[in-house]
Write a protein that binds this ligand. Structure first.
Ligand SMILES: *Cc1c(COP(=O)(O)O)cnc(C)c1O
Ligand SMILES: [Zn+2]
Length: 396
């Protein structure tokens, strides 16, 4: 198989657009959020992208990185499309758990295969690559663990510096990993939101570029590749439901954007999966807002869960997450920590898959979702296993 020459293709990104007020921003500026405080998205010239991006041309392109559909990714020059082999993760059929639940088409997208063991590598790969293309080489991030590890890896790869702020109870293994990758690591009292405040202050003071979830437009573009891949792995159709363990919501928001772009490119039709958010019952701001019919989620007090990726008491993209859940006829559900642990063990012992607590939460949601009618036995269902079991060592 000949490998794809990225230099023959450029990004068709041409502007940044605010997802709330609609204001347009220059794609060449070092933008973060909109002046209104909300999330910016990248707009692509999809008519132009169509000229080179089709089912045929994809046949000859490398699968094992997120730049496969370079036309609808945000980096222009080939030399800035950095990679550690992220993406194209396996879609594993859960035969044994599926049989028990009478779900005949149940799949786990195992994101644990990504560099640093979680899907955070997709987002940080895109964000760091684009930032380096814009001349940035000092990064700051608040993290519950996985995003910090991913940033540290891509900072090393691009010879940049990563300044990482995380709660002091971040799993020791992840702290070791972040330091081993050469990052400047800081432990903070409190939650990721407390780490976020310090990261923001320090970032402004030292002129470090903040790559917090959805506070710059490019991490969502990396996470979007999960949606692009799903469509291609299912031969250009989408499943009936996507079950996604939701913290900051970058994945849900990114995939939802991916589906619209794929439709405009003529690669899929207008059918969308039901998007279903899973959170921890001890930190469930999106579930609460969904149930109360609100457009925004309120801060969740005293957030605490073994699933560190779900310990996000407030999400800047709450309105985008809630919108995709509602527009897709989806839902939201909370799972308690004990059930997560039981399902982690079940996945390991019955399917041979060591998943993170977050991924296990999504699998654990299947039974109550069947009971409340959110999903049906004959549907094709994809659960996101967002991280390797090694990313939540203390949960075993
Ligand atoms: C960050 C993280 C999540 C939450 O992801 P979002 O896209 O921000 O909602 C889920 N699982 C794992 C393992 C994570 O690291
Ligand atoms: Zn705006």
């Amino acid at each position: 198989m000949t490998s794809f020459k990225y230099k023959d293709v450029s990004s068709t990104a041409f502007q940044l657009r605010c997802t709330a007020c609609g204001d347009l921003h220059n794609i060449l500026a070092k933008h973060k959020t909109c002046s209104c405080g909300k999330v910016l998205f990248v707009d692509y010239d999809l008519e132009k992208a169509k000229e080179t991006l089709d089912k045929q041309s994809l046949q000859s392109r490398n699968r094992f990185n997120i730049w496969r559909m370079a036309e609808i990714m945000p980096v222009y020059q080939e030399k800035y499309r950095f990679s550690l082999g992220e993406g194209w993760t396996p879609l594993v059929k859960l035969n044994n758990i599926g049989e028990k639940l009478q779900l005949n088409e149940l799949y786990l997208k195992d994101e644990g295969f990504n560099p640093t063991g979680s899907f955070k590598s997709r987002g940080l790969c895109a964000a760091v690559s684009r930032a380096v293309e814009l001349g940035i080489n000092e990064f700051v991030i608040p993290t519950a663990g996985n995003a910090g590890a991913a940033l540290a890896a891509y900072a090393a790869r691009t010879k940049s510096n990563a300044h990482i702020f995380m709660p002091e109870d971040t799993p020791p293994f992840i702290i070791t990993e972040i330091k081993a990758l050469g990052a400047d690591a800081h432990l903070v009292k409190g939650l990721i939101t407390d780490a976020g405040k310090i990261a923001k202050e320090q970032g402004i003071e030292n002129n470090w570029f903040d790559v917090s979830t959805l506070k710059e437009p490019y991490r969502a573009e990396g996470k979007k590749t999960m949606g692009l891949e799903l469509a291609e792995q299912f031969n250009w159709s989408l499943p009936d439901a996507i079950i996604y363990p939701t913290g900051g919501g970058t994945g849900i928001v990114g995939m939802w954007k991916a589906f619209d772009e794929l439709e405009e490119l003529g690669l899929i039709d207008d059918k969308r999966p039901k998007m279903i958010s899973v959170q921890s019952s001890t930190c469930a701001p999106i579930v609460r807002a969904f149930e109360e019919g609100k457009d925004y989620a309120e801060f969740w007090e005293n957030a605490e869960t073994i699933a560190a990726g779900l310990r996000v008491p407030v999400a800047i993209a709450d309105y985008l997450i809630l919108n995709s859940l509602r527009k897709s006829n989806g839902s939201a559900i909370a799972i308690d920590d004990l059930t997560m642990k039981i399902v982690m063990s079940q996945l390991a012992k019955e399917e041979g898959i060591m998943q993170s607590a977050e991924g296990a939460a999504a699998v654990a949601a299947l039974e109550p979702l069947l009971e409340n009618g959110s999903i049906q036995e004959d549907e094709k269902i994809v659960v996101f296993g967002t991280g390797s079991g090694l990313t939540t060592p203390e949960a075993w």
